[in-house]
Design a protein around this ligand. Structure first.
Ligand SMILES: [Zn+2]
Length: 385
């Protein structure tokens, strides 16, 4: 369970939409699925005797497929609980080193966090039991290949369960521990700090182990390295999210915007607009308002440059394409916490117009937001001493 940005989407194959969740297969998955199938085929050849060659290949492919299905079910476990707690899950992606359920936001309370964190491991635990029972059943029926595949799946799910329950954030065990500390202390940031330290420590142990294996000439040390890097990154960004959430609590968009922006009138001619706004203000994009101050959109210098120079004195700013301004606005009284996502979505190069009763009263940029976060967290660290 992790929360990456949207950049992974293009590299994945869309499988379908079930339970209001879009399922994707990362292209890296095909490579790893082939490697896992091949190594499982070799393993089964060693442990189960006297089968036709095709049977081993079928066992390898089936076991690999069911293993990836197990990972998917684990992520689905988190996702369905999350939906029940009122937090949507837009996407589940199966990738190189497991699955990722993209949960839309952090839970509001420790109880939901605990339930969502346990949803995946409980599914894994059920799979351990089911595959173990099936393995025993097939052994009793003297069907050796079926028994071996189910026994391996039971062990693989047990490994998945134990690994995920290590108490370092962002692993499931770390989330469980975070929920417990959060419930006791009431402080999300503090509990994220402690559990992400454990997560980073654990990623260091994994990296050292990977290094040791590589030193012994074992290529699978590389896999540990990749997992260690992934964990370290997720632990860092998880903590950064918790800090942002805490320092921005109770802060409004109006508190962090840059007020009194200079706006272009929608009736002003292009030659004057270029002189007075783009040249004087050295900006590449400028807010446009009607004469009575209602926000109309953002005008780009590039849009003006598409108009022939001789037409500039006869064309006004409002005649040009000034964009879909619905996507580029916030109001002063909205919580600052939602500005982050809105800024990423903004069609106006990472800036938003801040409105009060339809009138432009400020501009919010990514820089405004990150500075507001830095200033507040510095002051808070000092006051906490
Ligand atoms: Zn999980």
């Amino acid at each position: 369970m992790s929360h990456p940005g949207h950049n992974g989407r293009k590299r994945a194959l869309f499988i379908g939409r079930y339970f209001d969740i879009e399922f994707y297969l990362d292209y890296s998955w095909f490579l790893i699925a082939a490697v896992v199938s091949a190594s499982l085929t070799a393993n089964f050849r060693d442990f189960v005797e006297g089968q036709a060659s095709g049977v081993y290949v079928a066992m390898g492919i089936l076991a690999a497929f069911l293993f990836f299905l197990s990972i998917l079910l684990h992520e689905l476990g988190h996702s369905l609980v999350s939906q029940r707690c009122g937090i949507p899950v837009p996407r589940i992606t199966l990738m190189l080193i497991g699955g990722v359920a993209e949960i839309a936001r952090e839970p509001d309370d420790a109880r939901s966090e605990l339930k969502i964190a346990l949803g995946g491991p409980l599914v894994s635990l059920a799979l351990v039991v089911i595959y173990f029972a099936l393995s025993e059943l097939f052994a009793w029926m003297n069907w050796e290949p079926g028994s071996a595949v189910c026994w391996w799946l039971s062990a693989a799910n047990l490994f998945l369960l134990v690994f995920n329950m290590i108490p370092g954030y962002p692993l499931d065990g770390g989330r469980v521990l975070r929920a417990i500390i959060w419930a006791r202390s009431g402080r999300l940031r503090y509990s994220t700090f402690i559990t992400s330290r454990i997560g980073i420590g654990f990623s260091g142990v994994l990296a050292a182990l990977g290094f040791l294996l590589l030193g012994m000439g074992k290529w699978n040390g590389m896999v540990l390295f990749v997992i260690a890097i992934f964990l370290k990154r997720a632990a860092d960004s998880g903590y950064a999210n918790a800090v942002e959430r805490e320092v921005l609590a109770g802060v409004l968009v109006g508190d962090i915007m840059t007020p009194h922006p200079i706006a272009l009138s929608s009736t002003s001619r292009l030659n004057r607009a270029v002189d007075e706004f783009f040249l004087a203000g050295h900006q590449l994009i400028c807010p446009v308002c009607s004469d009575d101050g209602d926000f109309r959109g953002f005008l780009r210098l590039d849009t003006i440059l598409e108009v022939p120079l001789e037409k500039w004195p006869y064309t006004s700013a409002g005649d040009l394409d000034i964009g879909d301004f619905e996507q580029a606005t916030l109001t002063v009284d909205q919580p600052a916490g939602i500005a982050m996502r809105a800024l990423f979505r903004s069609p106006a190069d990472g800036r938003l117009a801040v409105l009060e009763e339809g009138k432009l009263v400020g501009i919010l940029t990514q820089q405004d937001l990150s500075q507001a976060i830095t200033v507040r967290s510095k002051l808070e660290t000092m006051l906490a001493k």
